[in-house]
Unconditional design. Structure first.
Ligand SMILES: [Zn+2]
Ligand SMILES: [Zn+2]
Length: 147
C-alpha cells in the first residue's frame, strides 16, 4: 500500500484528525482518499467496493463507521435530501448540486448568485441559517434522451 502522507490533499484530513484527537491510521487515510477521488458522492457501500480493492480485508461496517466519524468532525459532508442510504461529499466548500432523476447522479456545480439568495424574514427570525444550498433536479446529459 502506497501512502504519501505529504500529499497536500491530506492537509484538511490531518488538521481535523488532530483537532478531534482521532488517530491517523492507514485505513482512515485510504477511505478518505478514495472519497476525495470520487466525484459521484458515493454511499458507504459504493465506497466500500473501491476501498476493498486497496484493503481487501476491510469490512463494510468499518467503512460505514469511519464515514460517520468523518462527517461528525466536519471532514466530509452528507448530501442532504436523498434519503437512504446516506451519500457522502468530500467537498466541504460551498457548492451546489444537480441531481439526475433517472440515474441518481449528483453533480457538483458552483454559481455565485445562488449564495446571495434571500432568506424569508420569518425564517430568519425563528432560525439561525448557516447554509443556503440550491438543488437542481432533472436529467443529466447521459440521461437526457429518456425524458
Ligand atoms: Zn442521469
Ligand atoms: Zn457535492
Amino acid at each position: 500500500m502506497k501512502l504519501n502522507l505529504r500529499d497536500d490533499s491530506l492537509d484538511l484530513f490531518r488538521k481535523k484528525c488532530k483537532e478531534n484527537k482521532l488517530k491517523i491510521t492507514p485505513q482512515r487515510i485510504v477511505i478518505y482518499r478514495e472519497l476525495l477521488n470520487s466525484k459521484d458522492h458515493p454511499n458507504a457501500e459504493v465506497l466500500y467496493r473501491r476501498v476493498k480493492k486497496i484493503i481487501p480485508d476491510i469490512s463494510l461496517d468499518t467503512v460505514n463507521r469511519t464515514l460517520l466519524t468523518f462527517s461528525k468532525i466536519g471532514l466530509v459532508k452528507n448530501v442532504e435530501g436523498y434519503g437512504e442510504p446516506r451519500r457522502y461529499d468530500p467537498d466541504v466548500k460551498k457548492h451546489h448540486h444537480f441531481r439526475c432523476l433517472n440515474c441518481n447522479s449528483i453533480i457538483d456545480f458552483y454559481h455565485k448568485p445562488y449564495d446571495d439568495i434571500m432568506v424569508p424574514g420569518d425564517i430568519e427570525k425563528r432560525f439561525t441559517v448557516t447554509n443556503k444550498k440550491v438543488l437542481l433536479e432533472g436529467y443529466c446529459d447521459k440521461c437526457g434522451q429518456t425524458k
